[in-house]
Design a protein around this ligand. Structure first.
Ligand code: MSP
Length: 659
C-alpha cells in the first residue's frame, strides 16, 4: 500500500493577476508533489482560487462587472501561469464551484447542530482589506494592526463559532506535535498568540453589507465569512476534484504550505474548525517567508511587483523555479533582484550545469562516437570512487532535505555533484587521455563516470526542473520514464544499460545579458521607478576621480565588458625555440582547448606551469608570435618584467567568467 501525500497551496484571491508570491508557494508544492510521486507515493496536490469576499467584490465593482464574471475573467490567467510553470496539480478548486459551496454549507450546519455556532450582536473595528474585526485593544490610532489601513467601527448581528472552547486543546496539540507548525519560530509565534484568551470567531456577514459569498444554511440574510469558506477548500476539494478513486481518504493533509501572513488563520481558525467538526488536523502547516524586491516591500503602488510571466519569458520556466527555491531557505524572507537572479543563472545554471552537460556530451561525440562506453574497473581511481559515492548519496540527501522542506539545501546538494563532476573533467582531462591509445580504457572509464553522474542528476533534478530533466534524459538516450515512480530508493550506480547514442543539442541555459527592462508588473503609480536599474548604476564607476593613472584614458563599462576574461587551466607548456621569453601553452578554457603564446618564459619554467589555474583574455583575435599562432592572452602582473601570473584565490571551475 503506497504512502499518501496530500499537499496544498493557499487558494489565491482573484482580485488581481498572479505575482511572484503566488508562484513561489505553488512551485514549492509542485516540487513536493513531483518528488513524492517519483518515490511511488499516492499524491494529491490541490491549488485554486478564493473567489468570494469583499476584496473580490470590490475588484469586480471597480471593473464594473459582476463578481462571477470578474472571477471567470481572471481564472484563466492563473491556470495559464501554472501551465507555463509546469505545475502538476491534481485538483484546481474555485470557491464558487457549487460542490464546494455545498460542503461549506454542510460544515456550517454540522457546527450549528452541535451548538458550536451562535448569534450575537457585535460591535468592533473592521478592516475591509483584511476582512476581519479587531478589538478595541488591538487598534491604535484608528489603524489596522496588520495592514495599517484605517478601520471602521461596525455593529451588526453576526454568527459566531465557539473558537474559544478549543484553545487549550489546540495548545496541547501544538506542544505534543512539534511538527504541526513549522518552522519552529512560527510555532512559537502561534503559541504566543494563544497566550491571550482566544475569542470566538465571527463567521458570517450580513448580506446588506456583503452579498458576494455562500449563503448560511440557517439564515438567508447572511453569507459565510470568506476565511471560513476558503479554509474548507482543503477537504471539499478532495470530494469532487481530481481523478483519484478514493480522494477523500487523503485527509488529513500532509502539509499545508502558506505564507507567514496567513499562518494564524490556518493554525488557529482552521484547526479549531476541524476540532469542532471532529475531523483530524493536518499533519503540518509550513509558513514560508516573504519576498521583498530590491530590498523593498513588494507592492502595486511601488510598481515593483515581480511578474512571473516576464521572468519565464526572459529566463525560462526552470530557471525561475530554480532561483525561487535556491535563493532563500523556505521559511525565511528573501530579496529578489534581477541582478541576483542573473548572477545565479550565469554561475549555477549556464556555467555549472549547462556547461557540464555540453562538455560531457561533446566529449562523447568526439571521443566515443556518441556511445556511452563501459567503465573498466582496472582503471578506476579514488577520483572516480568519490564521484560515484557523491552521486549515490544524492537521492537520500534530497529526500532528507525535502522532508524538512529545505529546498535550498536539496538544490545545493545537486549543485555540489554538478561542480564535482566539472572538477572531475578538469582533473581527468579526457582530451589528453584521448591522444594516447594506451589510455583508451581509462578514457572510457572517465566518460562513463561522467554520463552516470548526469543520469543521477537527471533524476535528482526531475522534481525541481522537470523540463531540463526531460531534455537531459533525451540527450542521454535514457529510456526510463521520469514522470512515473523511478526513484524508489534511488538509482544504483552502474545498473543502467546504455544502448542508445547520446546527442549534444543546444545549450540548456544560454548565457544572457542582464536584462535592462524590468520584470515588474505595470506600476499603478507613475512615480515608481525600476530599482534594479538603479542598483546596476551604483556598481558602475562614473566619476573621474575614481580613475587610475591620470594619463590613462577612462573606458566605460561597455568597453570593459567587451573583454572576455576567463579562468583557464594550463594543460601543457613548452619553450618556443630560439626565444628566452616565449612559452607555448595549451590551456583548457572550459568550453575548448586553446593554444596561447605567452611572454612569461623568464619568470616561469614550463614544467612548473602545468595544472596552474590562470586568467586569460578569451576573445582576443588570434595572432602569430615567432610564427606560432596564439589564440588568446594570459594575464600577468609586472611593469617591464613579468612578476606573477594572475590566478584566482578560491578554487573555481575552469571556464568561469572573470569580471
Ligand atoms: N485567499 C487567501 C488564502 C486563503 S487559503 C485558505 C489569501 N490569498 S492571497 O492571494 O492574498 O495570498 C496568497 C499567498 O500569497 C499567501 O500565502 C501570501 O503569503 C503569499 N504572498 C503574497 N505576497 C507575498 C510575497 N511578497 N512573498 C511571498 N509570498 C507572498 O491570502
Amino acid at each position: 500500500m503506497p504512502n499518501r501525500f496530500y499537499v496544498t497551496t493557499p487558494i489565491y484571491y482573484v482580485n488581481d493577476v498572479p505575482h511572484i508570491g503566488h508562484a513561489y508557494t505553488t512551485i514549492a508544492a509542485d516540487v513536493l508533489a513531483r518528488f513524492y510521486r517519483l518515490r511511488g507515493d499516492d499524491v494529491f496536490f490541490l491549488t485554486g482560487l478564493d473567489e468570494h469576499g469583499q476584496k473580490v467584490q470590490q475588484a469586480a465593482a471597480k471593473a464594473e462587472i459582476d463578481p462571477q464574471a470578474h472571477c471567470d475573467r481572471l481564472m484563466p490567467t492563473f491556470k495559464d501561469l501554472w501551465t507555463k510553470l509546469d505545475i502538476s496539480y491534481d485538483g484546481f478548486i474555485r470557491t464558487t464551484d457549487p460542490q464546494h459551496q455545498a460542503v461549506v454549507q454542510r460544515c456550517l450546519q454540522t457546527l450549528h447542530d452541535k451548538g458550536l455556532i451562535y448569534q450575537a450582536e457585535y460591535t468592533g473595528w473592521y478592516c475591509t482589506f483584511d476582512e476581519r474585526f479587531w478589538t478595541e485593544k488591538d487598534v491604535e490610532q484608528g489603524l489596522c494592526p496588520d495592514c495599517q489601513r484605517p478601520v471602521e467601527q461596525v455593529s451588526e448581528r453576526n454568527y459566531f463559532f465557539r473558537m474559544s472552547q478549543f484553545q487549550d486543546r489546540l495548545k496541547k496539540h501544538i506542544h505534543v506535535h512539534p511538527e504541526f507548525i513549522q518552522p519552529d519560530s512560527r510555532r512559537n509565534e502561534v503559541l504566543g498568540f494563544l497566550q491571550k484568551p482566544l475569542e470566538d470567531l465571527s463567521i458570517s456577514r450580513p448580506k446588506s453589507r456583503l452579498s458576494w459569498g455562500i449563503e448560511l444554511p440557517f439564515d438567508k440574510d447572511c453569507v459565510t465569512y470568506v476565511w471560513f469558506d476558503a479554509l474548507v477548500n482543503y477537504f471539499s476539494g478532495l470530494d469532487y476534484l481530481g481523478t483519484h478513486a478514493n480522494a477523500p481518504a487523503f485527509w488529513p493533509a500532509s502539509v499545508h504550505l502558506v505564507g507567514k501572513d496567513i499562518l494564524t488563520t490556518h493554525a488557529v481558525y482552521w484547526s479549531t474548525m476541524l476540532m469542532g467538526m471532529e475531523r483530524p488536523l493536518p499533519q503540518s502547516i509550513f509558513a514560508h517567508g516573504w519576498w521583498t524586491v530590491d530590498g523593498e516591500k513588494m507592492s502595486k503602488s511601488r510598481g515593483n511587483v515581480v511578474d512571473p510571466f516576464a521572468m519565464i519569458k526572459e529566463f525560462g520556466t526552470d530557471a525561475f523555479r530554480y532561483f525561487l527555491l535556491r535563493q532563500v531557505p523556505f521559511g525565511q524572507d528573501g530579496d529578489f533582484s534581477l541582478s541576483s537572479f542573473h548572477s545565479r543563472y550565469q554561475a549555477e545554471l549556464a556555467n555549472d550545469l549547462g556547461n557540464l552537460v555540453s562538455r560531457t556530451l561533446a566529449m562523447l561525440g568526439n571521443f566515443s562516437q556518441h556511445m556511452v562506453p563501459r567503465s573498466d574497473p582496472q582503471t578506476e581511481t579514488d577520483l572516480d570512487h568519490s564521484l560515484q559515492q557523491t552521486a549515490s548519496a544524492l537521492s537520500e540527501k534530497i529526500e532528507q532535505h525535502l522532508r524538512a522542506l529545505e529546498f535550498h539545501r536539496a538544490l545545493e546538494a545537486i549543485l555540489g555533484l554538478v561542480q564535482m563532476a566539472n572538477q572531475y573533467i578538469d582533473k581527468t582531462a579526457p582530451w589528453i587521455l584521448a591522444k594516447d591509445p594506451e589510455k583508451k580504457s581509462r578514457l572510457q572509464t572517465v566518460l562513463f563516470h561522467l554520463v552516470e553522474s548526469l543520469r543521477f542528476l537527471t533524476l535528482a533534478l526531475a522534481p525541481f526542473m522537470p523540463h531540463t530533466a526531460e531534455t537531459m534524459k533525451t540527450r542521454l538516450g535514457l529510456t526510463v520514464d521520469i514522470s512515473t515512480p523511478t526513484l524508489g530508493k534511488g538509482p544504483i550506480w552502474g545498473e543502467y544499460d546504455y544502448i542508445h547514442p547520446v546527442t549534444k543539442g543546444t545549450s540548456l541555459f544560454p548565457k544572457k545579458d542582464l536584462p535592462s527592462t524590468s520584470a515588474h508588473q505595470p506600476a499603478s503609480s507613475p512615480t515608481a521607478s525600476p530599482t534594479t536599474e538603479k542598483k546596476i548604476d551604483k556598481a558602475t564607476p562614473q566619476s573621474p576621480s575614481a580613475s587610475t593613472d591620470s594619463d590613462t584614458p577612462l573606458i566605460g563599462i561597455d568597453e570593459f565588458q567587451k573583454v572576455q576574461l576567463k579562468v583557464a587551466k594550463i594543460l601543457e607548456a613548452e619553450r618556443v625555440p630560439k626565444s628566452s621569453k616565449l612559452l607555448k601553452l595549451q590551456v583548457d578554457i572550459g568550453t575548448e582547448k586553446r593554444q596561447i603564446v605567452a611572454g612569461i618564459g623568464k619568470k616561469y619554467a614550463p614544467e612548473e606551469l602545468i595544472g596552474k589555474t590562470i586568467v586569460v583574455v578569451a576573445n582576443l583575435k588570434p595572432a602569430k608570435l615567432m610564427g606560432i599562432e596564439s589564440q588568446g592572452m594570459v594575464l600577468a602582473a609586472g611593469e617591464k618584467e613579468v612578476l606573477s601570473l594572475l590566478t584566482v584565490q578560491e578554487e573555481v571551475q575552469t571556464g568561469s567568467k572573470v569580471k
